[in-house]
Design a protein around this ligand. Structure first.
Ligand SMILES: Cc1ncc(COP(=O)(O)O)c(C=O)c1O
Length: 449
């Protein structure tokens, strides 16, 4: 085989790779490979993470980080949970993949458990959140099509409503209902028939809802958008309009579901249920697995061959997901999420009285956002230097998504580290005034890009 003679621009790459390689003489070859061969879709931090233990992650130099990012809401059980490791080892030695042409030992029992947690009737397993969103959009189009509207024609009821400031994923369907323009515009034309409703604006919702709508998609708590919970008034009105117009209410709980808010699902604080619930991130404790949960009514429109996936619902991922749900129950983690979550918010609210550039502390359970009046990026880098993993969303909101099993001592450790970070990081550009409001509706306008 002929080996490519592509050249490293080694001086530049070595400079970029420096922090991780700083303690060794040569730049890390793995970083150089990544720089040279990966599609440049991410601005990655120049470190190689090698392993984790509980709420801590370690890089290739041996540096330890307290993980308040959790693989972006995935590592709900931290790293190397012994029960998760045991199940993965056991199942890897049995069958990693069998195909959806057969039953496996875990898909049915996992669907039953998810039905118990959510109150939904039927489950379809996908590989990711975005794939679950696209599948749900297909179900909504199917549900909206009347029997006298032949397949292949545009059904009268085909429009989707989504919210400003939303994030639903990167595949064509999901990016079409994601409001951020920089994610959408390069790929136009997108899925047609999508309109965005102002966040928590009931009047705008009423104006845009009619008989042509087949579904409204709502993140029960907006994650990428900066940790904004949907209001009860908005949820209730979306529910009643969807019922009145024969449309589906779809709850995207990919980031906020499966315990993150201290309830099994974030929508369970409302008195009414959605027609479809979408989950992914923590479901299989780090293995890729998503799911569409829905009602018998929606499921009755589906027949064999209409939708499918090669990898979704494989035995390894499903066995691990079942173990994840059992661990959350056995270790009483919902209670821990609520208790640690309020300690965190209390501590952060105290920090807000010390640092006048903290404009708001938002969130529920272990999904918390701290909105700053200055850019958040430098704080993320400083935190990393000090051994703390956090991230920043929409430029001005620091986001904390620690594992469900975080301890009281780790919450204290986090607050101490964060205080140091807030005190020592040089501050950069200020947020525009409109991104500074505690009113999510105004923020939605200001930050949707
Ligand atoms: C609310 C929400 N929906 C959908 C997605 C897309 O999920 P995935 O990255 O697994 O495709 C994400 C990912 O961040 C998300 O936060």
């Amino acid at each position: 085989m002929k080996i490519s003679s592509k050249k490293n621009s080694s001086a530049k790459l070595a400079r970029k790779a420096k922090p991780a390689a700083a303690r060794s003489a040569k730049p890390d070859a793995r970083l150089l490979d990544a720089e040279q061969f990966l599609l440049p879709t991410y601005k990655r931090q120049p470190v190689v993470m090698t392993h984790g233990r509980g709420a801590y992650v370690f890089d290739s130099t041996g540096k330890k980080y307290l993980d308040f990012l959790g693989g972006i809401a995935v590592n709900a059980l931290g790293h190397a949970h012994p029960r998760v490791v045991r199940v993965i080892r056991r199942e890897a030695a049995r069958a990693i993949h069998l195909s959806n042409l057969f039953h496996n030992a875990y898909q049915g029992p996992l669907a039953r458990k998810l039905s118990e947690w959510s109150g939904m009737d039927r489950v379809f397993f996908s590989n990711s959140g975005t794939e679950a969103i696209d599948g749900a959009m297909k179900l909504a189009r199917l549900y909206g099509r009347k029997t006298d509207e032949p397949a292949g024609t545009t059904a009268k009821k085909h429009r989707f409503l989504a919210l400003e400031n939303s994030f639903h994923g990167r595949t064509f369907g999901a990016v079409s209902v994601t409001s951020t323009e920089k994610y959408r515009l390069p790929f136009a034309p997108l899925v047609p028939g999508v309109d965005f409703v102002r966040f928590n604006d009931v009047a705008d919702l009423e104006a845009k809802f009619d008989d042509t709508v087949c579904a409204i998609l709502i993140e029960t708590v907006q994650g990428e958008g900066g940790i904004y919970p949907v209001s009860e008034a908005f949820w209730n009105r979306a529910r009643s309009l969807a019922t009145q117009h024969g449309a589906l209410l779809i709850a995207d709980e990919i980031q906020c579901g499966l315990g993150r808010t201290g309830r099994c699902f974030a929508y369970q604080k409302f008195s009414s249920k959605p027609d479809i619930v979408l989950i992914a991130k923590p479901l299989a404790a780090g293995l890729p697995l998503g799911a569409i949960l829905t009602t018998e009514d929606v499921a009755s429109r589906v027949s064999a061959g209409m939708h499918g996936t090669t990898f979704g619902g494989g035995p390894l991922a499903c066995a691990t997901a079942l173990e994840f749900l059992h661990i959350v129950e056995d270790e009483d983690l919902l209670e821990n999420i609520r208790a640690r979550g309020s300690e965190l918010r209390e501590g952060l609210t105290k920090l807000a009285t010390k640092f006048d550039f903290i404009r708001a502390v938002r969130g529920e359970g272990l999904m918390i956002g701290v909105e700053l009046s200055v850019e958040g990026g430098p704080f993320v880098s400083e935190a990393m230097q000090r051994g703390l993993l956090i991230n920043c969303t929409h430029d001005f909101t620091l986001r904390f998504l620690p594992p469900f099993l975080i301890t009281r001592a780790q919450v204290r450790e986090f607050l101490k580290l964060l205080e140091l970070v807030l005190a020592t990081t040089p501050r950069q550009a200020s947020a525009p005034d409109s991104a500074n409001s505690a009113d999510p509706q105004r923020v939605a306008h200001a930050t949707a890009r």
